[in-house]
Structure formats: C-alpha cells, structure tokens
Design a protein around this ligand. Structure first.
Ligand code: GLN
Length: 547
C-alpha cells in the first residue's frame, strides 16, 4: 500500500501548491519510486467543466474524459503520469455522491452527517488505486481555514490515524518580506500552522515561499514555533522557470525531508539528469521566435495554461525561446488591424473556445496565415475556424459557419460546415448529445483514436498513422463537405477510425498549416514535447530565418 503525502496551503492562495506537489512527485520518481498525484478541491461545483475560464483557468481533460483542475496538468507535465478521473474531486462531487446514496437508501435510514458520511466518502476516494504506487500525493485546494475545505481536512486527519506511520503532512506558506524592517516575517506561518493544529493536523514539513533567502535564525524560529525540524523548513524561492522547481527543491532538501519524515533511510540517490537537460534548454536558448495566440480568454494566462507550456516545450526541443503574445481575436474583426498586428510574428495559433464572440476575427487570422505562408496551428475551435475560412474564401460557400453560433443566436444564419453531432458510437462508447441540453455533459470528452493519411505531414510529424488524443467539444466538421473543401487544397488528413469524424486538416502546399479537433497541448511534457508543438515551433524558427 502507498505512503501518503498530504499537501495543504496557508496564509494566502496562489503560492504554487500544485507546482510544489508536482515537483515533489518528480523528485520521488528521480529516486526510483512510483507516484500518483491527486487534487481535492473544496468548491461546490461538481467539476470545473462548467466554470468560466476566467474563474478557474483552463479545464484540464484526462484520457478517461474527466474535466479537472489545471493543477492536474502540472502533475502530468512534471511526472509524465497520465491523470485519470479518480485523481480529482470537489466537495460538490462528494456531496452529490453522498446525497445520491442517501436517496437510494444506501445508509439504511441513518441520519446523514459530515462526520462520518462525508468524511468516509472522501477517505474512500483518497484510497482508490493506492496498491499500485509507492507514494500518493494529495493536494487540498484553497487555504487552511476555508469553510468548504473543513471536511477534507477532517478526512485526512482521520486517514492519518487509520494509517499511522504511512502519512505525512506538508504545509506551504508565505514568508512576507517587510522592506522597512528588512526582515522576513514568520508570524503568518505560525498562525497558519496553529490553525492546522487546531483541527488536529501537525505538519511534518513546511515549504516557505519567499522572495529572499531564509536566514538560519528564521528557520530555527519557524522550526521551534511550528514544531518541525529545522531541516524540514524548506525555502521555496522565486524561480526563473517553473521547470527549475525539481532541481531547486532538491537542492533545498525537500525530498530528503520527506523520506526522513517517513523514516526511509535506504532511498537511492536522485537521478536529476532529465531536469538538468530541461533547464539547460531553458537557460541557454539559441534564438527567439514570436508566436501570436489569437483567442478569447487572453487576459488570463491560466486560461490557456497547457498551450503556453506546450509551446515552451516546443521551444526547448528546438533550443529557442518562444515569446508568446496573446491577442484578443475581436480586434481582427476589422480587417485593417490584421496586417499591422500580425506582421512580425513567426507563427499564429488559434486555440479552443466556446461561443461566437471573436470567431470572425479568428477566421480572418486563419486567412492571413494561409495567404501569407505563416505557420498556423488551429486547436479545436481553431481547426473549425480554418475549415470555415477555406469553405468561405476558397470553396465558395459564402455563408459557411458553425451550428454552435446559430444555436447561441437562436436563429439560422449559416450553412453548417461545423454541426452538432447528436449520437455517435466509437468502439464501446456512445456519445449522445442532446441539442436541448447544451450545457455540459454532452461533449466528446477524453481520448479518442484517429487514423492519419499515409504520406501526410501529420503522419510524418507523429511518425505513425495511428494516434490517440484528448477531446473536449460538442461540434464536428461535417464530412459531407470534405470533397468541396479538399478541392481548395485543405486536406482532411486525420479521421476517426470509423471514417466519420474529421480529426485533422492540413494544407500540403503551405509551409505549415494544421488544424486539429483535439487538444495536443494536454499531452506535452518538458522532457517529451508533443510532436505537433515541436514541429510547429520548428516551422516558426524556419519562418524567422526568412524575414
Ligand atoms: N466550441 C467548439 C465545440 O464545442 C470548440 C470547443 C473547443 O475549442 N474546445 O465544438
């Protein structure tokens, strides 16, 4: 059975708990252990699928089709372990499961209470699959003291009693620097630990975010007041790149402190070669490329977290720095803006999105990339826009559009090149989508296979003609327009294995023009960049040499 590391946060949110957890996972792997990371989120939404990207950042989709917190993206990028449905849960999901059982009569007439019914549900969730790994890392979202998180804290407290000796607690806090006093302050951390201890949890390790080195005196003070060993006070200083975290935390002794807390004395030394290479590529780029992301949620970097990271990975692969500029597609609704705003970029990426706002600008950006030989990567909605662009401007279907926009507007205005698929069966899975219920629950979610055409550019990039990628969308490009669109030069080079749903389009006579119905960014890792992103950045490098 696995050993458990529970990671909690205090003082303020946004300290990078997800990143710290992911980095710890990678450090334990570097010592030869197997790990799995899990996120317990206190909010009452059943999952983040229906939350706005402005609220929650990106929705990370797993192979098995769960819509989860973006921290699972960090976990995957640092450990390479694919997350699944059972790696993410919210209070909303837990309560909803408990209430369903109550309605079914599973509790045999008992009064349902937070303790034990809700806490048992959480404990059962935490345990799923723990026989398969050496370490299970469970991160609790939010900060200690949040009302919604209390059942999670109580559940992990009980769990650590049930599994005495197999559980440790790591608490991430902030040491603010008071310039006037020239001092790092430990008091907020002391209070945060006091709060934790008042609910029965004593941290074994403190991770302290700080802008400055933590002097020995402050470390000892923290150790004394918070009842941890001085070498279990781990500084987490600001880093040049998130990918420095494994090396930096290893230097600060994070993994050593964890092993010591478990009393493990015979652990192999960590092999950090992978991370040294990753950092070498980050610190010593041999050039820079500029890529424009023309999207909708551009004010918030977290809304496209995995795309930003996948581009960085593509840059590492080519040993260049990728400078990304986020442009709100609505500015391209006026054609006069396109050339001045997009000139000077070495590549253009149109990401996924929902709803009509900004789509005309995306279509114009796709047209600009196509006509000017600028590398173009369209992801999900970005592929749909590329197809609509080709249909309108090359295949002569002037009113080509997506049913998504007609549904939203409540009137029929477009020829639906992209349509709402009602039912589709692949393998043993049936995707049923009801047009009357357009909010969540009706999407094509998770990993699906695609077959790539022999000799296509994508087949060359992937090095195979059979791929599996993650999806999250309701609408599909309509196969009935295939011949008309292919005649314009935009080829359908990837199709679902049953031949029914277009997965990839490309223009062979263009330096690099590819649209994909899925989300390749979700599977990119720093030490294993996704082939499409590696190739896209390579095309941007080639383009940069032309100008
Ligand atoms: N809105 C589009 C659809 O539902 C695209 C979704 C996306 O880009 N993730 O099909």
């Amino acid at each position: 059975m696995a050993r458990y590391i529970f990671i909690t946060g205090g003082v303020v949110s946004s300290l990078g708990k997800g990143l710290a957890s992911a980095a710890l996972g990678s450090l334990l792997q570097a010592r030869g252990y197997s790990v799995r990371l899990r996120k317990l989120d206190p909010y009452l939404n059943v999952d983040p699928g229906t939350m706005s990207p402005f609220e929650h950042g990106e929705v990370f989709v797993t192979d098995d089709g769960a819509e989860t917190d973006l921290d699972l993206g960090h976990y995957e990028r640092f450990t390479g372990v694919s997350a699944c449905k059972t790696d993410s849960v919210s209070s909303g999901r837990i309560y909803s499961d408990v209430l369903e059982k109550e309605r079914r009569g599973d509790y045999l007439g008992k009064t349902i209470q937070v303790i034990p019914h809700v806490t048992n549900e959480i404990k059962d969730f935490i345990k799923i699959g723990d026989e398969d790994v050496d370490f299970m890392l469970c991160e609790i979202g939010g900060t200690v003291g949040d009302i919604e998180a209390l059942p999670f804290f109580e559940a992990i407290r009980q769990f650590s009693q049930d599994r005495r000796g197999d559980c440790i607690f790591m608490h991430l806090t902030l040491l603010p620097y008071i310039a006037a006093a020239g001092e790092l302050k430990t008091k907020p951390t002391q209070h945060s630990v006091k709060e934790l201890r008042s609910i029965g949890i004593a941290p074994d390790i403190l991770m302290c975010r700080s802008e400055h080195e933590i002097p020995q005196k402050e470390r000892e003070k923290l150790a004394l007041f918070c009842n941890v060993r001085p070498d279990a006070v781990i500084p987490a200083l600001d880093l040049k790149s998130i990918y420095e975290a494994p090396l930096a935390y290893s230097r600060e002794g994070m993994d050593r402190a964890v092993l010591e807390a478990f009393g493990i004395t015979d652990a192999p030394e960590p092999d950090m070669e992978k991370w040294t290479d990753v950092m070498d590529r980050v610190v010593h780029p041999e050039g820079t490329v500029k890529i424009a992301i023309v999207g909708k949620y551009t004010q918030l970097g977290d809304a496209y977290k995995s795309i930003a990271e996948a581009l960085t990975h593509g840059g590492m692969h080519n040993r260049v720095k990728v400078k990304v500029e986020w442009i709100d597609s609505e500015v391209f609704e006026s054609e006069d803006e396109i050339t001045p705003k997009l000139q000077g970029f070495n590549a253009i990426l149109v990401p996924g999105g929902f709803g009509e706002r900004g789509t005309e600008g995306k279509i114009n950006a796709a047209q600009y990339a196509r006509e000017n030989g600028i590398p173009y990567l369209g992801i999900c909605l970005g592929m749909q826009m590329a197809v609509i662009e080709a249909a309108r401007n090359m295949a002569g279907i002037a009113d080509a559009g997506s049913e998504e926009f007609d549904h939203e507007a409540g009137e029929k205005r477009f020829t639906p090149i992209v349509y709402h698929l009602k039912e589709w069966v692949e393998g043993n899975r049936t995707i049923q989508r009801d047009a009357s219920d357009d909010k969540g629950g009706t999407m094509r979610l998770g990993a699906y296979n695609a077959t790539l055409s022999e000799g296509s550019r994508v087949a060359e990039i992937y090095g195979t003609t059979a791929i599996s990628e993650r999806h999250r969308h309701r609408y599909e490009v309509d196969m009935t327009y295939r011949a008309a669109i292919e005649a314009t030069g935009l080829k359908f080079s990837g199709i679902s294995p049953d031949g029914k749903l277009p997965e990839i389009v490309e223009i062979p006579d263009h330096p690099w023009y590819i649209g994909v119905q899925f989300h390749p960014e979700l599977k990119s890792r720093p030490f294993e960049p996704h082939p499409l992103f590696a190739s896209f950045v390579e095309a941007a490098v080639k383009q940069s040499r032309l100008v």
